[in-house]
Design a binder for this molecule. Structure first.
Ligand code: PMP
Length: 351
């Protein structure tokens, strides 16, 4: 017998590339092109002076951040959860809420971490195909299941379902936990947070990585009923009490305090997205209706992978998924106006 027989073998999620090349236009992982709020920068300077805080453990209950989020969302802390990016929050939620025998359901085309978590935790799951237009058909979920995960807006399609649709959908699934992943909601989706009062089995997750320009800090959060969040916190404290480091708690708080800056930058991204959409349509691209900070595009005459490679040669990196149904699509993050102008001009040459 070899020691390797006892090893858990997993096929990991493959994150988008973080290339070390200088001067590239990076449109492959949906980061925000603008810097975080000025208060974050200021707090970072102050952290350098008070670096003794690093000697001590962080507050396990993440008080600094939870308190400000509690004010911001008007929710008691018992209905809030924070973690190391929404990846951490979602992974804990899978561990906490999907402990049954029936399959957990999520779309065939969605965030490609869901099946990885299901595999690593040994959770049975089943993917439900999106329609030909990449839409979720609610009726397809009316089958025995042990939970449901919906990204809204969905990724990489960018398509959002309205709040009313979500309300009706969740009302059909009261006997399992429904997770709504709202990583991109600030760019045009409708949040399901108000629905947590109505449905005690609903968990909504969000992130500081996109709309708050803090992907490097790793902050994610979840909202739900007291009962649901209680179970989630129990799992967290059974795995790692100190998930969040002190600098992340302090800097994340500053971001939440600057609402004007947050709105201004989200609006800037949306405006650039709409401009880019128009330009790409003029170049013959077809695309889904995006409510996010990225576009999901395809060109009827030119192969997506080839476009991706040609863009790369010109110093522009976009995401291509070598997967059934979407291998002729590109996911292009929205950068600054300047970056998108460059993208459009390079695409003109390629085509
Ligand atoms: N959900 C979706 C749909 C995403 O695209 C991402 C970003 N990769 C995440 C969750 C996780 O983001 P983060 O861990 O940075 O919060």
């Amino acid at each position: 017998m070899s020691w390797e027989e006892n090893v858990r073998k997993t096929v990991p999620y493959v994150p988008g590339e973080q290339p070390k090349i200088e001067n590239i236009i990076k449109l492959n992982t949906n980061e925000n092109p603008y810097p975080p709020a000025p208060g974050v920068q200021k707090a970072l300077e102050e952290l350098k002076e008070g670096y003794d805080i690093l000697r001590k453990y962080p507050a396990p209950a993440c008080d600094i951040l939870e308190e400000v989020l509690s004010d911001y969302y008007g929710l008691p802390r018992e209905q809030l959860f924070v973690g190391v990016g929404s990846d951490d929050v979602l992974s804990m939620a899978f561990l906490a809420f999907f402990h049954g025998e029936k399959p957990v359901l999520f779309p065939d085309i969605t965030y490609s971490f869901y099946d990885v978590w299901a595999e690593v935790y040994g959770i049975p799951y089943k993917t439900v195909p999106l329609t030909g237009e990449f839409e979720i058909n609610a009726d397809d979920y009316d089958i025995p299941n042990g939970g449901i995960v919906i990204a809204n807006p969905n990724a990489p399609t960018g398509i959002a379902k309205p709040g009313e649709w979500m309300d009706e959908f969740i009302s059909r699934h009261r006997d399992v936990v429904v997770i709504v992943d709202e990583a991109y909601v600030d760019f045009g989706g409708e949040t399901c947070i108000p629905l947590i009062e109505k449905y005690d089995n609903l968990l909504v997750t969000q992130t500081f990585s996109k709309s708050r320009s803090l992907a490097g800090l790793r902050i994610g959060m979840a909202f739900g009923s007291r009962k649901l969040i209680g179970y989630l916190k129990d799992v967290k404290f059974s795995v790692n009490s100190y998930t969040m480091n002190t600098p992340s708690l302090v800097l994340g708080r500053e971001s939440v305090l600057d609402e004007a800056y947050f709105r201004e930058k989200v609006d800037a991204v949306i405006k650039t997205r709409e401009w880019t959409k128009k330009e790409l349509k003029e170049l013959g691209f077809t695309m889904t209706e995006s409510s996010t900070n990225f576009l999901f595009v395809s060109h009827p005459q030119k192969n997506a992978e080839e476009i991706m490679k040609r863009l790369r040669d010109e110093g522009i990196i976009v995401r291509h998924f070598k997967k059934p149904r979407i291998d002729n699509y590109l996911r292009i993050s929205i950068g600054t106006d300047e970056e998108m102008k460059k993208l459009v001009s390079v695409l003109k040459n390629i085509l």
